[in-house]
Design a binder for this molecule. Structure first.
Ligand SMILES: Nc1ncnc2c1ncn2[C@@H]1O[C@H](COP(=O)(O)OP(=O)(O)OP(=O)(O)O)[C@@H](O)[C@H]1O
Ligand SMILES: [Mg+2]
Length: 491
């Protein structure tokens, strides 16, 4: 892995370089400023000494009004190549003698010195001027000025800048190598740690460990702590895995027991219901015979009692049929096929109208409604829902029953709606439980098993059923079928 792949390494190197550059720039700037200051002071000191020497050498020339002598004194300045010009003035400001490097007459306008001040200087961009009063026996006999260029000053500054730039470059070069060497020693183990952490979280493999490359210090502590943490997670993971496998086995075992118990119960209730049929038919048959053959001998009260027995056996036969249908809905093998629900609804409607032709019920049946499922079980669903709609609209002068479907979030929702008695939505929870009825037998006959059977069939088709209703305003039953979710059900 190359150094470029370690962001922490790059960050460390960058940080070191930045700190080194900053420290070096600050040190070089301070050094340069200090040298500039010293050089300036030295230059001024030299010019001052030269001005003083020229001043003392010109005293007699000034006293005896001998400009030529003063001129020759000034000419000695030609030895100093930095002097641009120099001049001597009388106390009243008249020019007495002057020197110019170029031989020209350019003169510096020397301002009068403030009282008590016998020396002054000022810096321009390219020059410096030093002014001195010439004093003889306590009296001011004239003024001397020297104008010097700053060529040597700038040359020196540039020289220093160059040297400092070289030092800066060399130091940074060295710092880069040193920080690369030490940075790698610190960053590499951290980068390895971070890469292992990523692999662990990606692969969920807690058996991986980070190699301690002997970096020492906090990095080694971090690697040890990380490895210990992985070890603990791995241990817990193994324990959890063991517990999960045990739990799954227990759940499987319990499920097997429950399924077996359920099957036994279903088989038991099926055979009980089935076996009850024969004695019931005997009671029903003999009570009917009794009524027919000995009815006159029993008298009106005996006849009524016997009629009651006969009615009760009919109700019980119905109950047994319903229970058998419920058991059948749960256990019968299912075949997946395309079912024409529109056609099915129409045939159930004809059957209902044939049984009670006197009733005025209008049907609104959507065309081309089909579903995927077991056709005989779906018929049980449609029969129950439509029988209910037919039964609970019996109190209406004009009944209305609708069947159709709609699309909701890509799923087909089938519905059976009526304008019958409806029910209290508070009791919706009891609707699909066996033997739970929301209306009394005197109002509407029934055993309360129909919707429980419907729900079982819908669940076996991977679907759901729900209802909406209001007392006196009818009811609507909705269901969806998702046969693809019920893969284990199909024979
Ligand atoms: N269309 C409906 N309108 C109003 N109430 C309804 C409707 N369908 C069902 N119910 C209520 O739900 C209860 C349960 O219905 P379910 O079909 O299971 O039983 P049932 O119709 O009473 O008897 P059966 O088992 O003979 O069908 C009914 O007793 C009734 O109170
Ligand atoms: Mg019913």
């Amino acid at each position: 892995m190359s150094a470029n792949d370690y962001p922490i390494f790059r960050r460390l190197t960058r940080m070191n370089m930045l700190a080194s550059t900053l420290a070096l720039v600050v040190a070089c700037t301070a050094f340069l400023a200090y040298d500039v200051f010293l050089f300036r002071e030295g230059l001024l000191r030299n010019l001052n000494v030269q001005a003083q020497i020229i001043g003392s050498n010109s005293v007699s020339a000034l006293t005896f009004n001998d400009p030529k002598s003063a001129q020759s004194t000034l000419s000695a300045l030609s030895l100093s190549s930095n002097i641009i010009s120099a001049g001597i003035s009388t106390p009243d400001g008249q020019r007495f003698a002057h020197y110019s490097r170029t031989g020209g007459a350019e003169l510096v306008q020397v301002p009068a010195l403030a009282a008590g001040n016998d020396e002054a200087h000022w810096f321009g961009l390219n020059e410096v001027v030093v002014v001195h009063t010439i004093v003889f026996q306590g009296a001011n006999v004239g003024t001397v000025y020297i104008q010097s260029d700053l060529n040597r000053f700038y040359a020196r500054v540039w020289q220093y800048v160059l040297i400092l730039a070289l030092i800066l470059f060399a130091s940074l070069f060295a710092a880069r190598f040193i920080s690369a060497y030490f940075g790698k020693a610190v960053a590499q183990p951290i980068a390895a740690l971070s890469e292992t952490a990523q692999t662990v979280s990606r692969q969920k493999n807690y058996s991986i460990r980070v190699m301690d490359s002997g970096a020492g210090g906090e990095v080694s502590v971090l690697i040890r702590a990380f490895n210990e943490m992985l070890e603990q997670i791995q241990r817990r993971d193994d324990e959890l895995q063991g517990a999960r496998v045990g739990l799954e086995k227990r759940v499987e075992e319990r499920t097997r027991q429950l399924v077996a118990a359920n099957r036994e119960l279903e088989a038991f209730s099926y055979s009980v219901s089935h076996d009850l049929r024969n004695p019931l038919e005997t009671i029903s048959g003999f009570s009917y015979l009794l009524l027919q053959e000995y009815g006159d001998k029993l008298g009106p009260a005996g006849k009524a009692n016997l009629q009651e027995v006969n009615d009760a056996t009919k109700r019980m036969a119905q109950l047994i049929d319903d229970l058998l249908a419920l058991a059948h809905a749960s256990s019968t093998a299912m075949h997946r096929e395309k079912v024409d629900l529109t056609q099915m609804t129409k045939s159930i409607k004809s059957e209902l109208q044939r049984r009670q032709p006197e009733r005025d019920v209008s049907f609104v049946i959507s065309e081309c409604v089909s579903a995927e499922g077991d056709s005989s079980l779906l018929r049980v669903v449609m029969e129950n829902l439509l029988n209910n709609a037919w039964k609970y609209t019996s109190g209406r002068e004009k009944g209305r029953i609708e069947f159709g479907c709609k699309q909701e979030s890509g799923t087909t929702v089938y519905y059976v709606r009526d304008n019958g008695a409806g029910f209290d939505p508070e009791n919706i929870d009891r609707l699909f439980k066996p033997f739970q009825r929301l209306h009394s037998k005197s109002e509407f006959p029934g055993t309360g098993v129909g919707l429980a059977t419907v729900q079982r069939i819908i669940h076996r088709h991977g679907g759901e059923i729900w209802a909406e209703a209001k007392v006196g305003e009818g009811a609507a039953f909705y269901f969806i079928l998702q046969p693809e979710l019920a893969a284990r059900q199909w024979a």
